[in-house]
Each structure stands twice: as structure tokens, then as C-alpha cells.
Design a protein around this ligand. Structure first.
Ligand code: NAD
Length: 214
């Protein structure tokens, strides 16, 4: 497979969401201009992103919404459900387990794991909490592909290694630390505190501008 820039993959996810909204609104055709406007990128960028995967539109006539949506789902690997587990059922893990809409996107929460015996055996947000010792057995039993990693940062690398050893190939890492995984395993960091810090930077910047302009 060609090396596709991560930013392109992120934008494809955005285009797919826009196409889903268009289809919901029964819009049959769209254009790179319209997708660009909704995604807040240039039309050139939209065409370039799509061109990595082939030709989807007709010059002048744009794109068929259902066809492009189907193609993007295929490209993104979203034509099948993905089984998910949560590692670490603390405050964040429990909040994730309580989120009711993963299924809507074909991400099926199958199980959760925790090192704390007081949490094991409980049923939280529709999933059972298993001991980490049962990771291998449960991951293969339910063909779990992806894990949400929601353990404290100092435990994250070790927990990730256990997930990988059990056969997990995708980790959504909520712990504020970089984890190292072997080739063929993918980590997506999710760090909303980093987002807050970026906001603080921008707000401080605009505050400064206002002061200077006053
Ligand atoms: P928490 O202390 O409430 O829960 C952590 C859970 O992990 C506990 O239940 C603990 O028993 C379990 N655990 C510890 N070591 C483990 C291991 N080796 N294997 C399995 N389970 C283990 O913490 P929290 O508030 O839920 O936060 C969880 C993680 O998410 C932390 O790393 C925190 O910094 C991070 N966090 C991230 C964001 C974000 O935006 N990404 C937001 C909040 C919290």
C-alpha cells in the first residue's frame, strides 16, 4: 500500500462524515468545492486527497454522494465492524464504557480489563470487567482488534505491551505518554489536555494582540 500522509487519512474521515450528512439530507451529488468548504480546506486539497486512491468524480459533474461515501468507507476499512476493549476501568474507562454510540460507527465494545481486583467482575456501561490475566483468552475469544488504553501514564507502556502480546493491533492511547509498539501495531494518541494547552497558547496570543492594539 502507498504511504498515505496521516493528515490525508484524517481528512478522509472528515469527508466521510460530511458525505454521511449529505446522504442523510438526501443530497445525491457533491463537488470538491462543497466538500472543501465543509471541511475547511481547499478544493485542490480534496482532489489531491482523493487522487491517492483513484478517480471518483467526473469533471464538471462532481461526485455521486452514495458512491463516494461507499468508496471512502472501503478505503478507511469501515465496511466491517471492529471489536473494541477498554484497558483501565477508572474514571475515563468507565465514561468510555458508558458512551452509547460506538456501535453506530461499527465499533463494538466487547470487554474491559483492569488490574484492580475490586473492579474485576463488575459490569459497567454494558461490559464486564475482566482481570488483566484473562486478556489473551478474551481477546482471541471475541476477536478484539482495538483497545482504548486508559491506565495511568506510568502503567501505559507495560499495559500496551500486554495488549499487543494478546493480539491487539490498534491502540487509542488516552494516557499522556508516548508508547512504543512493534511494527504492524498502530497507536493513535488522544490528549485533550494537550488541546487545552494549545487553546491557552492561542488565547494568550490573542490577549496580547488586544493589549497591543489598545
Ligand atoms: P483512574 O486512576 O481513575 O483509572 C485508571 C485505571 O487503570 C484504574 O482502574 C486502575 O486500576 C487501572 N490500571 C492501572 N494500571 C493498570 C494496568 N497495568 N493494567 C490494567 N489496568 C490498570 O484514571 P483516569 O482518570 O480514568 O485516567 C486514565 C488515564 O487517562 C490516565 O493516564 C489519564 O492521564 C488519562 N486521561 C486522559 C485524558 C485525555 O484527554 N486523553 C483525559 C483524562 C484522563
Amino acid at each position: 500500500m502507498r504511504n498515505i500522509p496521516t493528515a490525508t487519512v484524517s481528512r478522509l474521515v472528515t469527508y466521510l462524515r460530511i458525505l454521511a450528512d449529505l446522504e442523510e439530507a438526501e443530497v445525491k451529488r457533491t463537488s470538491s468545492d462543497l466538500l472543501a468548504e465543509e471541511a475547511q480546506v481547499s478544493a485542490f486539497q480534496v482532489r489531491k486527497d482523493l487522487a491517492y486512491f483513484g478517480r471518483f468524480g467526473t469533471r464538471g459533474a462532481g461526485y455521486s454522494v452514495p458512491t463516494l461515501r461507499r468508496e471512502l468507507r472501503r478505503i478507511l476499512g469501515l465496511t466491517r465492524p471492529w471489536n473494541v476493549a477498554i484497558m483501565g476501568m477508572g474514571r475515563l474507562g468507565q465514561a468510555l464504557a458508558d458512551y452509547p454510540n460506538f456501535d453506530q460507527y461499527d465499533f463494538i465494545l466487547k470487554a474491559s480489563f483492569d488490574a484492580d481486583p475490586a473492579k474485576v467482575g463488575r459490569h459497567i456501561g454494558g461490559v464486564d470487567v475482566y482481570p488483566v490475566d484473562e486478556l489473551d483468552a478474551r481477546v482471541s475469544e471475541w476477536a478484539i482488534d482495538i483497545a482504548f488504553l486508559a491506565v495511568p501514564a506510568p502503567a501505559a507502556q507495560d499495559a500496551a505491551e500486554r495488549l499487543v502480546a494478546a493480539g491487539i493491533r490498534g491502540i487509542l492511547n488516552f494516557a499522556p505518554t508516548v508508547i512504543t509498539v512493534p511494527e504492524g501495531v498502530f497507536v493513535e494518541p488522544v490528549d485533550f489536555v494537550a488541546g487545552l494547552k494549545r487553546l491557552a497558547y492561542y488565547l494568550q496570543g490573542s490577549g496580547e494582540k488586544a493589549t497591543l492594539g489598545a
